[in-house]
Design a protein around this ligand. Structure first.
Ligand code: HEC
Length: 198
């Protein structure tokens, strides 16, 4: 099931509440009614602030370069995609040059993502009143074979909208959902069908 654990949903909700308001970027309608183009317009408006927020402060166990470099990588969703497992939350995914070609095939099986692949997924929310707010940055890194067998050699990391690295139990909070639902496709969730780059 593509469902967020309740506590993770709560953590994300409280992160969103503490994030500053971005009134200029608000949509004219509820988040779950936005078209791809309308979601893209909110993203274009929010993007600079969103990315500046992620950059703030020390990253501690998360490699600084990861967070600094990802905006220059290949965007692998055609517009901010709302997968529906968390209403009105939009995702924009970037993949580095090592993994972009393989990711962009969106293969359902026999996925061969090379070690060194790094993926960053920005998020923002648009609530029922059309109010836009930044969400966490989600990170995945494919490490050398055998380095983290319990997560299929994926490292998972998360940064709050204000730049603070988030300590989560990645096995429960990230890996179990990715492996359980997308194990066949190499642990990758991929953007919803419509939002894939043709
Ligand atoms: C309840 C299931 C679930 C949990 C828990 C979850 N994810 Fe995901 N994740 C998804 C789905 C579904 C997608 C694909 C949707 C999309 O990106 O549009 C995805 C996509 C991603 C992507 C983009 C690469 C890809 O798989 O296509 C990253 C990076 C990511 N998740 C990181 C994380 C991190 C880090 C955590 C833990 C803090 C986490 N995820 C927890 C379901 C989950």
């Amino acid at each position: 099931m593509r469902k967020l654990p309740v506590w993770l949903g709560g953590a994300i909700a409280s992160l969103l509440l503490t994030a500053s308001a971005h009134a200029a970027c608000d949509a004219k309608k509820p988040g779950d009614e936005l078209t791809g183009a309308e979601a893209e317009a909110v993203y274009d408006c929010l993007k600079a602030d969103l990315q500046a927020g992620y950059q703030k402060g020390p990253k501690r166990w998360i490699p600084e370069d990861f967070v600094k470099d990802y905006p220059g990588w290949t965007k692998v969703s055609a517009f901010p995609a709302a997968p529906g497992f968390h209403g009105g939350r939009f995702l924009v995914t970037y993949v580095n040059s090592i993994g972009a070609d393989e990711y962009l095939k969106y293969k359902p099986e026999n996925v061969n993502i090379p070690a060194g692949t790094k993926i960053a997924k920005e998020s923002f929310a648009v609530n029922d009143d059309g109010k836009a707010s930044p969400g966490p940055l989600f990170l995945m890194e494919k490490v050398a074979a055998g380095k983290s067998p319990e997560t299929d050699d994926w490292y998972y990391m998360m940064v709050a909208p204000n730049g603070t690295p988030q300590a989560v139990n990645v096995l429960v909070a990230c890996s179990e959902c990715h492996q359980g639902n997308f194990g066949e496709q190499g642990g990758l969730g991929y953007p919803v069908e419509d939002a894939r780059i043709k």
